[in-house]
Design a protein. Structure first.
Length: 132
C-alpha cells in the first residue's frame, strides 16, 4: 500500500509539470560494468545516480543534475544511471541501500556520496569532488 501511495505521489509531481516523466531516464547512460570500467580506466570524473522512476526525491534531483551536466565545469563527467528496481546486484555492489543515491568517482577512487540530497549547491559541491 505504501508503494502505491509513493507511486501516486510521484505521478502527481510529474503530472503537475515539476519534472518531465522521461527526464531521469534521459540523464546519463544506463550502467554497464564495461562502460563504468572504461570511464574509470580513462581517469574520468564519474557520477553514478541510483534512481527509481517512482521516487519523488530522484525526480527532484534530476533537473539539478541535468543543469550541472550542461555546465562547462562538469561537461566531461561520465554519468551512469542505476535503476534501483531492476539492477539490485549493481545497487548492492555500490553498497547503496536506497534510491536517490549519488556516488562520485575520480577514476577508480570514490570521492563522495550523498543519499536524498536535493540542494543544488550541495550536489554541485559533491560533483566537484570528482574533478582533478
Amino acid at each position: 500500500m505504501q508503494r502505491r501511495a509513493l507511486l501516486l505521489a510521484a505521478t502527481a509531481i510529474v503530472a503537475a509539470g515539476a519534472v518531465p516523466a522521461a527526464r531521469a531516464a534521459d540523464l546519463g547512460t544506463a550502467f554497464t560494468p564495461e562502460g563504468f570500467a572504461a570511464a574509470q580506466a580513462a581517469g574520468k570524473p564519474i557520477l553514478v545516480h541510483i534512481w527509481a522512476s517512482w521516487c519523488p526525491t530522484c525526480a527532484k534531483q534530476t533537473p539539478t543534475l541535468s543543469s550541472l551536466m550542461d555546465d562547462k565545469t562538469f561537461r566531461d563527467m561520465a554519468v551512469f544511471r542505476v535503476n534501483f528496481d531492476t539492477q539490485k546486484d549493481v545497487v548492492r555492489g555500490f553498497g547503496a541501500t536506497m534510491q536517490s543515491t549519488l556516488i562520485v568517482f575520480h577514476g577508480k577512487t570514490e570521492t563522495g556520496r550523498a543519499v536524498g540530497e536535493t540542494k543544488p549547491e550541495a550536489i554541485r559541491a559533491l560533483l566537484a569532488t570528482a574533478l582533478a
